[in-house]
Design a protein around this ligand. Structure first.
Ligand code: SF4
Length: 372
């Protein structure tokens, strides 16, 4: 059944300028009143008169220490998943980063990822994405400083919703999250990177951050753990990354999930550093978070240190990411409700042809590591 047509614009799904234009046309309100209603909704959580905005109720909420994972319940008994991650500053104060989902499930099939096992259930709309910020701020009660598109889904697979959502999130009359505090993480879709690059070339978005999941030193290992590599090999990916506009000093964040026995050798490290040499980037090493039924353990602390030390010796700017949220399955690559993931998967026209079987074990077919 089609949802009823809205009489009034949804402030979650449009910028202030769009909201004002649509409100003036549909409700004969003045521009000033419409802008004030938009601002009040985003800043104070007070819904404007007329159709209620597309706010979704919070479903589950799980807390590990100061990390909060929450779900929003969508029509069709589906849910988004979001994570609020605390960042403690040197002065002891805490800011929070919100990790948002751009899809329910994901079609990309990365073999180390919990979400991949769901397949793609559906794309989220712009308002569904912004609703996660709104819920964090006005329902959970923590206004995030940073937003990262690293939750469920591949953002470049849903850019028609993700790019407008970034515009809303950055709107001065709306959430007002600076573009420099927004990061989009992609599996490495060159065309998607170029489209995001067009946004980053616009005034006000120069400092938008790009993160790319590399996770392997060469195409043969990458194709084993990330089927997308067969469609978008690393040369194409490098070409797109080199074209990223950004601000003059900006660095792309290259993510590298370190998986024992698959990509954590020193020779792998050397190869990755060689690949990244032409690019101004930060290599972000992420210790693998074992997902349910994982064939791989988490890497040992010495092996993580060995890898990062070697990258630094190679002259590569390198950081190591913590693993907040591991216990509530809220860490990188771990979002995805096992109940929902049993449901039917869908595909959209834009997807690269990756077959994801819900019953496939992560890592199946990879020979590089003896089964755990
Ligand atoms: S790691 Fe990201 S792109 Fe890969 S399957 Fe998981 S959610 Fe999708």
């Amino acid at each position: 059944m089609q949802p009823p047509t809205r009489q009034h614009p949804d402030p979650l799904g449009c910028t202030a300028a769009e909201y004002v234009t649509a409100s003036v046309e549909s409700r004969s309100v003045g521009q000033g009143a419409a802008r004030a209603a938009y601002r009040r909704f985003h800043r104070e959580g007070v819904a404007p008169a007329g159709d209620p905005p597309g706010i979704h109720p919070i479903g589950r909420r799980e807390i590990e220490g100061e990390t909060i994972k929450f779900t929003l319940t969508l029509p069709g008994d589906l849910e988004t998943e979001s994570v609020l991650i605390p960042m403690r500053r040197r002065d002891g104060s805490v800011t929070r980063t919100l990790c948002v989902s751009s899809q329910i499930g994901c079609a990309m099939g990365c073999r180390f990822c919990e979400t991949a096992r769901m397949g793609l259930l559906r794309n989220l709309g712009t308002s569904d994405i912004v609703a996660q910020w709104h819920a964090a701020t006005h329902q959970v009660g923590h206004r995030p400083k940073n937003i990262v598109f690293m939750g469920m889904g591949e953002p470049t697979d849903n850019l028609d919703a993700v790019i407008p959502a970034i515009r809303v999130l950055a709107d001065h009359d709306g959430p007002a999250v600076a573009a420099s505090n927004i990061s989009v993480s992609t599996v490495g879709n060159p065309n998607g990177i170029r489209r995001l690059g067009d946004l980053a070339a616009e005034p006000g978005f120069h400092r938008l951050n790009l993160a790319v999941s590399l996770n392997a030193p060469n195409d043969s290992i990458r194709a084993e753990i990330m089927p997308v590599d067969r469609a978008w090999p690393m040369d194409d990916l490098m070409d797109a990354m080199l074209g990223w506009p950004g601000r003059p000093k900006s660095a792309i964040c290259v993510e590298y999930v370190l998986i024992p026995g698959v990509n954590d050798g020193l020779e792998h490290c050397d190869e990755v550093c060689e690949y990244l040499r032409p690019l101004r980037c930060s290599l972000n090493v992420i210790p693998y978070n074992p997902r349910r039924d994982s064939p791989w353990p988490a890497p040992s602390e010495p092996s993580v240190r060995r890898f990062t030390d070697r990258a630094i010796e190679n002259g590569q700017f390198t950081k190591r990411r913590g693993t907040k949220g591991r216990d509530v399955m809220a860490a990188c690559g771990q979002l995805g409700n096992p109940e929902i993931r049993r449901r039917r998967r869908v595909t959209t026209g834009d997807l690269i042809p990756v077959t994801v079987r819900a019953d496939r074990k992560a890592g199946e077919g990879i020979q590089a590591y003896p089964p755990a």
